[in-house]
Design a protein around this ligand. Structure first.
Ligand SMILES: [Zn+2]
Length: 188
């Protein structure tokens, strides 16, 4: 394994984010270092990241490069120093058990949906009290706290949250809304 592969096998994006004290919001979202923004839209996954705003994506090394303003090679070197990772050393860290794929998908859908609600609440807010509010704004205001609550529940008790989301049909509803969003390519 070369240094790049070795780093990627040992570090998750969240490890790096915590190490460099980057604030993480609900649903594992951070402010994207690849574009200017006020609402965090970069989502951290176990092995990569994705920005819903500018579509930047990559691994833990790319992310570090963006955060610290380095070239990928410099970022890899920096990570190997900060986390004491050597190319020739076998992995020393005990790996956490992998999340089940279904849970990961649901959690990811939930965070993405939460991001959009927050985005619409901010960007579609009526500019004066006389304006008729955008239906998407109204919907976002109505749903956002419950979706945020579910995100927290997902962290604490994924099994129970998934049962709840399944029995209420919410999981399907969210997946459907997200596919509609994809097709509309909203950039408001
Ligand atoms: Zn971005």
């Amino acid at each position: 394994m070369n240094l790049f592969e070795h780093i990627k096998s040992q570090l998750k994006p969240i490890d790096v984010i915590n190490h460099y004290s980057v604030p993480v919001e609900r649903g594992q979202m951070i402010l994207c270092p690849f574009h200017q923004e006020r609402t965090p839209s970069l989502k951290l996954y176990d092995d990569h990241f994705y920005c819903f705003g500018c579509h930047a994506t990559g691994d833990v090394i790319t992310l570090t490069a963006g955060l610290l303003g380095l070239q990928p090679y410099e970022a890899a070197k920096r990570l190997s120093e900060d986390f004491a990772i050597r190319a020739d050393r076998p992995p020393g860290k005990v790996k956490k058990p992998k999340k089940r794929p279904v849970q990961q998908l649901w959690q990811s859908n939930l965070s993405e949906y939460f991001y959009w609600l927050k985005h619409f609440k901010q960007t579609l807010a009526p500019s004066s009290p006389e304006d008729t509010p955008d239906p998407l704004f109204v919907k976002s205001c109505r749903e956002i706290s419950y979706i945020g609550y579910l995100l927290d529940c997902m962290d604490l008790n994924p099994e129970a949250t998934m049962i709840l989301m399944d029995s209420s049909g919410l999981n399907q509803k969210i997946a459907q809304e997200l596919s509609l969003l994809d097709r509309r390519e909203i950039s408001a």
